[in-house]
Design a binder for this molecule. Structure first.
Ligand code: 5CA
Ligand code: ZN
Length: 411
């Protein structure tokens, strides 16, 4: 599919340090230093509602990773998918009485506008499952040939027992997996399964449900195998980072990793990076709960998109936090102050703030530390703390470029 227009990305005169991020599968900070272009796959929306602050926070988090890589001198190949073939989309479309393809296109278009307004770098590839069916079916056939699938009625399941590394991505205990599986799209209790944790890869046609004609019959693929197929096709084996929100640690990313491991004998991704959950009114912001704050609604009320972006950046990408309107108003005030300092032109020396911001972002995308460094520069420039002894005539211009290149804030 078509993505959205790319924001300008100014080139910095300083080179950023190599990037380290937290890897879920080892529980450690790991340096992601790609050989060749950095390859990133981020799990994108299921387009039945777009774009709430949780989505936006996750996508801003990975946008920081792309910027950190680019500022460290790496090229990046970025894939973000759209899950336009899956149950929640069909259910919503049926409920509101429109075709599921029209609903998916409408919400994807909304996402494009929101992402462009928030200056999020678009993916190089933006595949939908519907347009990727051939390669998904191809992957299902390869899994079948590898002996990793079995049939239950007209459906096909992936046997997690065929992968000795199953569990390595999340490092969750079996009990913990079983506890959440049903709530996260799994069907542990279906009769005929070999293991309750086995996941559906193909659902044969049911009366009244959307189905497509393929080599393996009429039906539709399961969710996990869609991402496995799109990632392997567009990025190849052992790509650098598989990303998404922490709600995807299990089962989604575990199943993707496992299916790929059985097929290729290699780890799916070198690192698994997960963003925290954004909540609202005491619960995880989610379409199923309906407690949503939409980016598009704020944009329609003429909220400065940079204030929305700053509100997201003020939270470390890995932390869970709650959206409140007060946070947004604080960001509006903070930006007004930053703009006042930048308008001075000359200011406190920019060298230290450039170094601190780039180092903070290279250190597990620590945007709050980067923002604190900018605040300190703004304070010094506006003279509310001791004026720096030397004034840098280029400081305003340097900090403007830094904010745009490193944090995606164009002021
Ligand atoms: N289409 C699948 C991934 S293949 C999916 O999870 N779609 S989604 O629309 O539910 O979420 C899109 C992205 O936003 C995913 O990376 C998901 O992990 C993330 N996300 C969803 N809800 C939140 C939330 N409340 N806070 C932070 N990130 C979230
Ligand atoms: Zn996915």
């Amino acid at each position: 599919m078509r993505a959205w227009p790319a924001p300008d990305l100014p080139v910095l005169s300083a080179t950023a340090p190599q990037v380290r991020v937290h890897d879920t599968s080892t529980g450690r900070l790991v340096e992601v230093s790609p050989d060749g272009p950095a390859r990133l796959y981020v799990c994108g929306i299921t387009p039945y509602d777009a774009t709430h602050m949780g989505h936006a926070a996750t996508f801003v988090g990975f946008d920081l990773l792309i910027r950190a890589w680019r500022n460290a001198g790496h090229e990046v190949v970025y894939v973000q998918n759209v899950t336009d073939v899956d149950d929640p989309l069909f259910e919503r479309a049926a409920k509101i009485g429109i075709d599921w393809r029209d609903l998916a296109e409408r919400e994807t278009e909304l996402l494009r506008r929101d992402m462009a307004a928030l200056r999020i770098i678009p993916p190089d590839h933006f595949p939908g499952a519907a347009e990727s069916l051939d390669l998904i079916v191809d992957l299902i056939e390869r899994l079948q040939a590898a002996g990793a699938l079995y049939q239950v009625d007209d459906d096909l399941y992936f046997s997690v027992a065929t992968d000795p590394t199953f569990g390595d991505e999340s490092r969750w205990s079996r009990d913990r997996m079983l506890e959440v599986y049903a709530d996260r799209g799994g069907d542990p209790d279906r009769p005929g399964k070999k293991d309750p944790l086995d996941c559906l890869v193909w659902r044969g046609e049911r009366p009244g449900e959307p189905a497509v004609d393929t080599r393996i019959g009429r039906g539709r693929p399961g969710w996990h195998v869609e991402c496995t197929a799109m990632a392997l096709d567009l990025l190849g084996e052992r790509f650098d980072v598989q990303g998404g929100g922490s709600d995807l640690v299990f089962p989604h990313h575990e199943m993707c990793a496992s299916e790929a491991q059985v097929l290729t004998g290699a780890r799916f991704a070198r690192a698994y990076v997960h963003a925290g959950m954004v909540g609202y009114d005491g619960e995880k912001m989610s379409k199923s709960k309906g407690n949503l704050v939409f980016v598009s609604a704020l944009l329609r009320s003429d909220i400065d998109p940079m204030a929305i972006r700053l509100t997201l950046l003020r939270h470390h990408y890995r932390s869970d936090w709650e959206w409140t309107d007060d946070l947004l108003w604080e960001s509006v005030d903070q930006l007004a102050r930053w703009r006042r300092a930048l308008a001075v032109g000359a200011g406190a020396p920019a060298g230290p703030v450039v170094d601190t911001v780039l180092a903070a972002l290279a250190n597990d995308l620590d945007a709050p530390a980067a923002i604190a460094a900018v605040d300190a520069w703004v304070d010094a420039t506006l003279g509310t703390t001791d004026l720096a002894d030397t004034t840098d005539p280029e400081a305003g211009a340097t900090v403007l470029t830094l904010l745009d290149a490193a944090l995606g804030l164009a002021l």
